[in-house]
Design a protein around this ligand. Structure first.
Ligand SMILES: [Zn+2]
Length: 238
């Protein structure tokens, strides 16, 4: 077992213990909401020939996204949350017939959207890394889907990232732009989490470590558990 797995196991145990005692969710049994029991679709952005953003040292966003998603899959499983991954390897998800690079990218995103839309009671968490021309810019930022659930979930996730990962982060959660393909092609609540800026040397170094990735995973999972508690209360479930 890798060291980060031990850390995750301990912290996730505490998280689940608190959840069982009603601090985060009233019980870890089936949660009844308008959406039924949610299934979290964990989406590691990019993959294969599409590496996404790149650090100054050449590390690809697609690999960091997948490392974080795998940690989230692990900690969510420990908390009894059902998950589905859009990809669990370094691959593009395009259809075999897609010839041009642009066609492959569209096909890849279309596959992800179909997977989300074909998953009952899905809630999407798409993990990405940011980049910007000014290398001093840093901080994780959450973008959410239109609607009360998305906004509430997005804002509490942004708060969790501030409280548990980086107290100096002044970024605010925002509604996701309509031109983000995946989010304009799904109908369930979803978050796009830009975990940090690969163009910022300090943040990029942190994002490559198991410890920081674990912190991010726990913050996002904690906010998810909080969100399903809110949804359950709103619908009188449990
Ligand atoms: Zn990206």
């Amino acid at each position: 077992m890798k060291p980060w797995m031990v850390v995750l196991l301990v912290i996730a145990g505490i998280l689940c213990f608190l959840a069982r005692w009603g601090k985060l969710v009233p019980a870890m049994g089936p949660v009844t909401t308008d959406y039924g029991r949610p299934v979290v679709v964990l989406d590691a952005g990019h993959g294969g020939e599409d590496g996404g953003a790149v650090t100054a040292s050449g590390h690809r966003e697609s690999d960091i996204n997948l490392q974080i998603v795998k940690k989230m899959e692990y900690v969510m499983a420990l908390c009894g949350v059902e998950t589905v991954l859009t990809r669990s390897e370094d691959v593009s998800l395009h259809a075999p017939g897609a010839a041009e690079r642009g066609e492959r990218k569209e096909s890849d995103l279309s596959y992800r959207a179909d997977l989300v839309n074909n998953t009952s009671n899905a809630m999407l968490i798409s993990i990405h890394q940011n980049q910007f021309s000014d290398p001093s810019v840093s901080g994780a930022q959450v973008f959410y889907t239109l609607g009360d659930v998305g906004r509430q979930w997005g804002e509490s996730t942004q708060q969790a990232l501030r409280d548990l990962v980086d107290e100096t982060n002044t970024k605010k959660a925002k509604q996701v732009s309509e031109d983000v393909y995946l989010f304009s092609h799904i109908s369930c609540p979803g978050l796009l989490v830009e975990c940090g800026f690969l163009s910022n040397g300090v943040e990029a170094s942190l994002l490559l470590t198991d410890g920081y990735q674990t912190q991010l995973s726990l913050a996002i999972t904690g906010a998810y558990l909080h969100q399903i508690q809110m949804m359950s209360k709103a619908t009188g479930g449990i």
